[in-house]
Design a protein. Structure first.
Length: 213
């Protein structure tokens, strides 16, 4: 396939008589960056699939490490249960959690609630472009602060942490992600697995787009 099949390249370099707007949304000038990060049409389908693949990898590992799941299923075939529970620990998947006060953002991708050890971990995933990794990380922390405070009060917990998982479309990560994985006692190799999932999804989106006439 010709890797320079985006409409902008074809219009201005190949001099074809076509629009240089994105073939999906028809609004923004088409570029690889727009395709993998900014197209509003793709964001509701391709990007969600991309995001969920990473979330599934982490959810399944957490369930396995805590003795809730035995057999491992390839993440792309896996459909996580809304709530998994064992020995005072619950792992929630995209489940809204009620608290004493109304909180707008009360549905993280994954919530690990450990009543026995009086702690909780709020995990939320994002796959931004390379330039927005730090900004997205900070946004995730801010987004769930009120929820963390309310959760700590309602369940009388000693520790509640917001742990963003931010991996760029090209697989870049912050050092803070390694610290988050250490806190969750997740193996280091899992970061590589999540990066691989992000890169494969990026390649799939680009290939699909450039393959269109």
């Amino acid at each position: 396939k010709n890797n320079n099949n985006n409409t902008n390249y074809r219009k201005y370099i190949l001099k074809e008589n076509i629009s240089n707007k994105c073939r999906f949304c028809g609004i923004i000038t088409e570029s690889i960056q727009h395709i993998i990060d900014g197209c509003p049409v793709l964001s509701y389908s391709e990007y969600l699939h991309w995001h969920n693949n990473i979330a599934k990898i982490i959810h399944q590992q957490l369930a396995k490490d805590n003795g809730i799941l035995g057999e491992e299923t390839p993440h792309f075939k896996c459909q996580p249960a809304r709530i998994l529970e064992k020995d005072g620990m619950k792992i929630y998947w995209e489940e809204p959690i009620a608290t004493d006060h109304t909180v707008v953002h009360n549905r993280p991708d994954i919530l690990v609630l450990d009543r026995k050890n009086k702690r909780a971990d709020i995990i939320d995933i994002a796959v931004p472009n390379d330039e927005n990794i730090s900004k997205t990380w900070a946004e995730k922390i801010r987004k769930y602060q009120d929820f963390a405070i309310n959760l700590k009060h309602v369940y009388q917990l000693e520790s509640v942490r917001v742990l963003p998982v931010v991996i760029s479309a090209n697989g870049l990560v912050l050092k803070a992600l390694h610290q988050s994985f250490e806190h969750l006692r997740l193996p280091k190799k899992l970061i590589n697995q999540c990066q691989k999932a992000a890169l494969l999804a990026t390649a799939c989106i680009v290939r699909k787009t450039l393959g269109m006439a």
